[in-house]
Design a protein around this ligand. Structure first.
Ligand SMILES: [Zn+2]
Length: 938
């Protein structure tokens, strides 16, 4: 993730490669390929002694400043001699005196691959800043290094090197971007060359005569030549063609040449379609004009090339260069390299290879040449995986599902189309590529429906509440499905475009069928008392006049009221004035599901209120579910009983017993109990209640349970032992509401199998916790407003006498890492009076901190008068036997908190305040926290 200079990166990369190749046959690969040596020599002019120092290199660094090019730089480095003369003499070790001498450097060993780094980044010592040298620095495609090397016996050809890669830096000295030119030595890449933008200009003349227009190849080529990269999406090509010649491909050429895409495919020597056939490009040699001679140009540009340069005679060896720039790889011409001689974007590293390193002919165009077999198979597997992924991605991207509704399997009635037989017969699902054309789709459907005869019209259809409705017909067979904006999951009606089952069907959005709820209030001959309301759905075309209801429903006439809201109430009905009966349903704002009410004549409006009630109850007729819970061993049966809100519970119970085919005796000894969403059986519903009175919602579940429902003077109660009640584990009891708390407690203890009198009752609150105790044991349940369905909890501990509180006392020791109270046994030799042992209690353990560990230790209950002060409570608590464990000098060193949910909750501050002023409950729990000396509340 770090930004490196590319030279630095090159070295890091080489070193990483070397490290990774240790112990393999390639351990010296980097050395073999890139390592070279230079030698620095100083020759004494007196004794001719040569002092020599050899240096290794992996890349040669050459200066750019004040140098015209690579050869110039090498000349300076390896040909020019530095002479030590006059006042700058050299000390010769042999002569042991200052002498004249000559210093020179030479290349000694040349690596097969020579890397040259250009010193484009320099430091300006005057301005004290880095700068990038942007001056022109040429380098040849081929270089002879012999002049820069030591003399040797090597063949001259050993010194010839060819450029094969150039790293280019674009930007300044503080940042920029690298890309690279690489010669494709083996011709592995697709060097399909694109024309230079300026070249085709001659071809852009407008096509004027008929002859040219008649040649689609010419026109398409012209269009493509005008495109920046000679590349264009196929869809756009069609549009450009239309624009250019004023007539579409389909109208002009399709008959003769077939679809555009096919035409492009057929002329593959001219056009190159992308693999997904979405874009097309003009091939290089298809230019309307002859190509200029590249070779001649190249020769002129690279003047530094030795004239005997091989590889430039004959087209076949034309070097393939690519510009690799992040993910973009483009073919370039060799002569383009010279553009990188200078400027902000210029060559930065050069890579030459010994020209004698000839690649064998079998390597040409063969990317698998000498790649180890295991790597090839790994590569193949990866490629297959990639292709599968691409295909998957392609199909999810481009395939969509169409639902074909086959006309011959439909018939038209009640204003819309409905399938004659089954769904599978009438609707066929078809997965189709949306890049294909409508013509392709039609062909596929023809193949799919072998039976089809005659014309085939494809129309967009929609499933409406009234049924299937047909909209516009699809047109333009050469257009792709995405161009005609078909959506995924679209319904297509396949028909002959005229009739369905002999009936001409209405199409288009104007006449969309509306499914309306019609209420017809007809007064019979016997007068208003026998008004009859009929409710039924009916379909009307949305562009029909409202007045047509009478004719289509065969009603002689009357008044029409409409209601666009979902609820049916008097104020939501609007009478349509007679003049507006000519308006259409749509104009009246009616939608699917809207209601219209028709009555015979304009009576006084009292009917509406009456009728509304009736309609309301009509609409609310619904059902309840009754489960048989009488025989637990048998399978759970259930029945649906239809009811209205006014149905009496008794009727439902009897009906359920009948439908569940249970014994008639159960009628005398069973009850219905609502089942809540957690499956818990609630309090039985009295038989004489209506559903409304019982607060039962439609669709809810009831359990048919053994045992009678409580009478109106009885209470059905849940009860449990302790305050930690698991929902659903409560016991149940039916008691008279005049029962006293004391007697109720007694019955519940009996039922729970508990003994003793150290218990009291509390009512469970809505969050499943024990609430206030039922203190007045002589009061009746009714007086204490205990209701059916309430849960009472049996809690251990006797209630204190009136005016007294029973206070459970807890010991609260905040957890503290360093100092805290321990039992006196632990600190026997360290009494509090000696001081220093009551250290600060950290805020970490503060009771209010919900995350802090809290542990309360129960000490016992104390009974205390409500008139007592908090100080008296603390004193009395200290008399508890279990308190003797702690050493507390006085009650002032205790802090009192109320306890809720087993945590300290409210801090009781004033010691002299009476307990009743704190409004403590009858059994409020208190915890006592030890204080250090300094913290003494007083
Ligand atoms: Zn000497």
């Amino acid at each position: 993730m770090r930004q490196h200079d590319v030279q630095e990166l090159n070295r890091i990369l080489f070193s990483a490669l070397e490290t990774s190749l240790v112990g393999t046959s390639g351990h010296d690969l980097i050395n073999r390929l890139y390592h070279g040596t230079t030698v620095n020599q100083i020759v004494c002019k007196e004794c001719k002694n040569v002092s020599e120092k050899q240096e290794d290199f992996l890349d040669l660094t050459v200066t750019v400043k004040n140098v015209s090019g690579l050869e110039d730089a090498l000349w300076n480095m390896y040909v020019e001699e530095e002479v030590f003369d006059s006042d700058n003499l050299y000390h010769c070790g042999t002569c042991d005196r200052l002498v004249k001498a000559a210093k020179s450097a030479k290349l000694r060993k040349l690596p097969p691959f020579l890397t040259v780094s250009l010193l484009r980044f320099n430091f300006d010592f005057v301005k004290c800043e880095r700068y990038k040298e942007t001056s022109c620095y040429t380098f040849p495609l081929r270089i002879n290094l012999k002049p820069f090397c030591e003399q040797s016996e090597l063949d001259d050809l050993e010194y010839i090197y060819d450029l094969f890669s150039v790293i280019i830096h674009k930007g300044g000295c503080y940042g920029g971007h690298y890309h690279v030119y690489i010669k494709d030595v083996d011709h592995l890449g697709n060097w399909q060359f694109q024309e230079e933008k300026s070249k085709p200009d001659v071809n852009l003349k407008d096509l004027q005569n008929e002859e040219e227009i008649d040649d689609p190849l010419m026109i398409l080529k012209t269009i493509l030549l005008q495109e920046e990269s000679n590349l264009i999406p196929v869809d756009q090509l069609g549009q450009k063609l239309l624009k250019k010649i004023g007539i579409s491909w389909n109208k002009k050429y399709r008959k003769q040449y077939g679809p555009l895409r096919k035409f492009l495919q057929l002329h593959s020597q001219t056009f190159l379609l992308s693999s997904d056939e979405s874009t097309v490009r003009l091939l290089k040699n298809s230019s309307l004009q002859a190509e200029p001679d590249f070779q001649r140009n190249d020769q002129q540009i690279f003047k530094t090339l030795p004239s005997e340069s091989p590889g430039f005679n004959g087209r076949t060896s034309c070097p393939h260069w690519f510009d690799i720039n992040d993910s973009k790889v483009q073919p370039i011409k060799e002569k383009d390299i010279q553009q990188q001689f200078q400027g902000k974007e210029s060559a930065y590293m050069l890579f030459y290879r010994k020209s004698q390193l000839q690649r064998p002919p079998e390597a040409r165009g063969n990317p698998r040449y000498r790649v180890p077999r295991h790597l090839l198979s790994e590569m193949d597997a990866t490629n297959i995986e990639l292709q599968t992924k691409r295909a998957e991605c392609d199909s999810t991207e481009n395939n969509f599902e169409l639902h074909l509704h086959l006309g011959p399997h439909y018939h038209f009635f009640n204003g819309a189309l409905h399938p004659v037989g089954s769904q599978t017969e009438s609707v066929w699902d078809l997965t189709f590529d949306k890049r294909k054309t409508l013509g392709d789709l039609r062909q596929s459907i023809f193949q799919l429906l072998e039976f089809w005869e005659g014309d085939m019209v494809l129309s967009v259809a929609k499933l409406l509440p009234a049924g299937l409705h047909v909209y516009q017909t699809l047109d333009g067979d050469s257009l792709t499905l995405s161009e005609i904006e078909l959506a995924d999951g679209e319904d297509i009606f396949v028909w002959n475009g005229v009739e369905v089952g002999g009936i001409q069907i209405p199409t288009g959005s104007d006449c969309e069928p509306l499914l309306l709820n019609v209420l017809h209030l007809a007064t019979s001959s016997e007068g208003e008392k026998c008004q009859q309301l009929i409710e039924f759905p009916h379909v009307f075309p949305s562009n029909a006049e409202v007045g047509t209801v009478f004719t289509s429903l065969a009603i002689p006439g009357g008044v029409v009221l409409i209601n666009n809201t979902e609820s049916i109430g008097e104020k939501n009905w609007t009478t349509i004035p007679k003049v507006d009966l000519k308006k259409t349903f749509r104009e009246q704002g009616l939608r699917n599901g809207s209601s219209i009410l028709i009555r015979d004549s304009n009576h006084d409006n009292s009917w509406l209120t009456k009728q509304e009630k009736w309609i309301t109850s009509m609409n609310e007729i619904d059902w309840l579910q009754v489960k048989n819970l009488c025989e637990l061993e048998s399978e759970e049966e259930q029945v649906k009983i239809s009811t209205t809100v006014n149905t009496v519970v008794f009727d439902i119970r009897i009906k359920a017993i009948q439908e569940l085919k249970l014994m008639k005796e159960l009628a005398e000894n069973s009850c219905l109990r609502p089942i809540d969403r957690n499956g818990k059986l609630l309090c039985p519903v009295p038989d004489n209640y209506t559903l409304k009175e019982a607060g039962l919602k439609m669709g809810s579940s009831l359990g048919l349970c053994p045992g009678r429902a409580p009478t109106s003077s009885q209470l059905f109660l849940f009860f449990a032992v302790g305050s930690d009640v698991q929902p659903g584990t409560e016991m149940e009891i039916i008691v008279e509401e005049t029962l006293s708390v004391r007697d109720c407690l007694k019955i519940m203890l009996e039922k729970s199998g508990l003994l003793g009198d150290a218990w009291h009752l509390r009512k469970m609150d809505w969050c499943y916790e024990a609430g206030e105790p039922l203190c007045d044991e002589d009061a009746t349940l009714k007086e204490l407003t205990i209701c059916s369905g309430d849960t009472l909890l049996l809690i251990e501990g006797k209630l204190p006498p009136l005016g007294f509180l029973t206070v459970p006392i807890w010991w609260y020791q905040p957890q503290h890492p360093s100092g805290h109270w321990k039992s006196h046994q632990d600190r026997r030799n360290c009494t509090p009076s000696q001081g220093g042992i009551w250290r600060a209690i950290s805020s970490q353990g503060a009771p209010g901190d919900a995350h802090a560990e809290v542990s309360l230790h129960y000490l016992g209950d104390i009974d205390i008068s409500e008139d007592a002060t908090l100080m008296e409570l603390k004193s009395q608590a200290m008399t508890l036997p279990s308190f003797s464990e702690f050493v507390i000098p006085s009650p002032a060193f205790l802090r009192a908190w109320t306890v809720e949910s087993k945590r300290p909750s409210r801090l009781l501050r004033a010691d002299q305040q009476q307990l009743k002023e704190y409004k403590l409950g009858r059994r409020t729990e208190i915890c006592l926290e030890p204080l250090q000396k300094e913290e003494n509340l007083g």
